[in-house]
Write a protein that binds this ligand. Structure first.
Ligand SMILES: NC(=O)c1ncn([C@@H]2O[C@H](COP(=O)(O)O)[C@@H](O)[C@H]2O)c1NC=O
Length: 525
């Protein structure tokens, strides 16, 4: 339905590029209404223009916060030209129709990007302009809306071609663009506010990405929300829902990143295996897998042993210990570039040493219980499971070979199993009592995991003679045991449960190795 434009409201922040459109409207005798600065600009073009105040009979007030927000303006845009009742009301209240709305919004995004103070940013939240766009777009049946300077040239050409009239489809097209513009604008405002309330309580209900997150509401609703600098990668937005302050006192360093949090989680779960009242323990993690774990009489020695497991991977890692960090340990730690150190306490002199690097994150862990359920997003929902809290020890070991493991081997097997449980499947862990020697992590075959572990152990100078092996799941074939035997592994722990268990047991017997079964699988996907 072609509809002529007889009146227009023009209210634009940036006035550039507008001249040809104003000239065309003038040429077609369109009645123009305008706000302060825009009115002045149109007058300078030599075109007749009516101040919006003359239309409303009300001045712009509150420093321009209210200029166009008036029934005469919005009634002029929103009344339905095909409804007799609307037309009657418009006449009764002397509301002239407005057929075209041209708005260029306050530059909110630009103001935020300039680093302007909050008061200036807030004043750049356009209220009247965005309302004009919404009103005009809603009434696209009767009104054409122009919501961006980028549209001026195309709209000028369109009106030139159609004799200052538009068809319904033209108006629908520009209405859609206007709603895209208002949606983008409000998203930027939301982002600004979300940033500024970092570390404050927020809920997923406030998220603009409602569609994708609706199904997760029950899992993260009402959790404090912390905007992260980004997600796993800089092009991914990231937010943490949870209360870190309940778990840690951050004593030093930058804000925890998404990847830091993932590794800290893995570190905390691994260290739960090592009793705080037992020997000193230290674990170094990279990408959620341990690349060094050790127990010793002193924390310094535990750290040195953990570090020696894979000094290359330790670089940039997340470290966790089960004892207060003392000065001697801090001196050793200080030689390494690491991201995060988690400890139950830091001695004052240790803290002084460790605080020498600006970005290093130091977390004092509080003795609080973690949740009992583990939840992950998956497809269009979430999956939930109990945490893997089964702890096995010698009491659960069932020896299935002719020779049984020695006491020292049992201690090593227990240790290896703790690490194995917290390493990505498929995994093979090689250890001695109190020290991880190497692991094969996240491999698609168990043999690959073993080969990787052997190669790593050798590359860092470990002799595997007399070491032990733990596997997160059963051996479907005897190949792993045979390879382990060749390199000197003496004892093996695995859940068992393969129909070919006996083949692996036979291989152990042939090679003089001990094997114990636990009956508990520890997949970690
Ligand atoms: N307050 C209002 O009623 C109002 N009506 C229109 N504006 C905005 O005022 C600007 C134009 O102002 P001026 O013509 O005075 O330069 C435009 O960016 C427009 O989006 C308003 N300003 C902010 O909300």
């Amino acid at each position: 339905m072609s509809q002529p434009i007889r009146s227009a409201l023009v209210s634009v922040y940036y006035k550039d590029r507008l001249e040809p459109l104003i000239a065309l409207l003038q040429e077609h005798g369109v009645t123009m209404y305008s706000t302060g600065g825009t009115q002045q600009f149109i007058e300078e073009q030599g075109a007749p223009v009516t101040a919006v105040e003359s239309l409303t009979g009300f001045p712009a007030v509150f420093g321009g916060r209210v200029k166009t927000l008036h029934p005469k303006v919005f009634g002029g845009i929103l009344h339905r030209r095909h409804e007799a009742a609307d037309l009657r009301e418009a006449e009764q209240h002397q509301i002239p129709p407005i057929d075209l709305v041209i708005v260029d919004l306050y530059p909110f995004e630009e103001t935020v990007a300039s680093g302007a103070p909050e008061a200036d940013v807030i004043e750049k939240i356009d209220i009247g302009g965005i309302s004009l766009l919404r009103a005009a777009a809603k009434n696209f049946r009767d009104v054409l809306v122009v919501s961006s300077r980028d549209q001026y040239a195309a709209v000028t050409a369109l009106l030139q071609a159609k004799g200052c009239a538009t068809d319904l489809e033209d108006r629908r097209h520009y209405a859609a663009a206007a709603f895209e513009a208002t949606s983008h604008y409000d998203t930027q405002i939301h982002r600004y506010f979300a940033e500024s309330i970092k570390n404050e309580v927020g809920t997923i209900k406030n998220s603009t990405n409602q569609e994708n997150t609706n199904n997760q509401q029950s899992t993260i609703n009402n959790q404090p929300a912390t905007s992260l600098r980004y997600g796993e990668n800089p092009h991914q937005a990231g937010t943490f829902y949870g209360d870190l302050n309940a778990l840690f006192d951050q004593l030093h360093g930058k804000q925890l990143s998404y990847n830091n949090l993932v590794d800290v989680d893995a570190a905390v779960l691994l260290m739960q295996e090592f009793d705080a009242a037992g020997p000193a323990a230290c674990a170094i993690l990279k990408h959620t897998n341990a690349c060094g774990v050790a127990q010793a009489d002193t924390l310094q020695q535990a750290y040195l042993n953990a570090f020696s497991c894979d000094p290359v991977s330790a670089f940039g890692g997340v470290i966790i210990v089960n004892k207060p960090v003392d000065a001697a340990t801090a001196e050793e730690l200080n030689k390494l570039f690491f991201e995060v150190l988690i400890a139950p306490e830091f001695a004052p002199d240790a803290l002084l040493v460790l605080q020498s690097k600006k970005n290093r994150i130091l977390l004092r862990q509080k003795p609080v219980q973690l949740p009992t359920k583990q939840i992950k997003t998956l497809l269009n929902g979430v999956i939930e499971q109990d945490f893997d809290r089964v702890v096995e020890g010698a009491a659960n070991f069932r020896t299935v070979t002719e020779s049984a493991p020695t006491a020292e081997e049992i201690a090593a097997l227990e240790f290896a199993l703790k690490v194995c449980k917290h390493t990505k499947s498929n995994t093979i862990v090689l250890a001695r009592a109190g020290q991880l020697l190497a692991s094969g992590v996240g491999q698609t075959s168990r043999v690959d995991a073993l080969r990787q572990a052997i190669e790593k152990a050798r590359s860092f100078g470990f002799d595997l003679q007399g070491a032990v092996m733990a596997s997160d799941a059963f051996f479907p074939f005897p190949d792993c045991v045979e390879i382990a035997g060749e390199v000197g592994i003496r004892a093996v722990v695995q859940p068992g449960g393969s129909i070919k268990d006996q083949d692996s047991i036979n291989a152990c017997n042939r090679l003089g190795m001990a094997m114990v079964l636990t009956g508990v699988r520890h997949f970690k996907h």
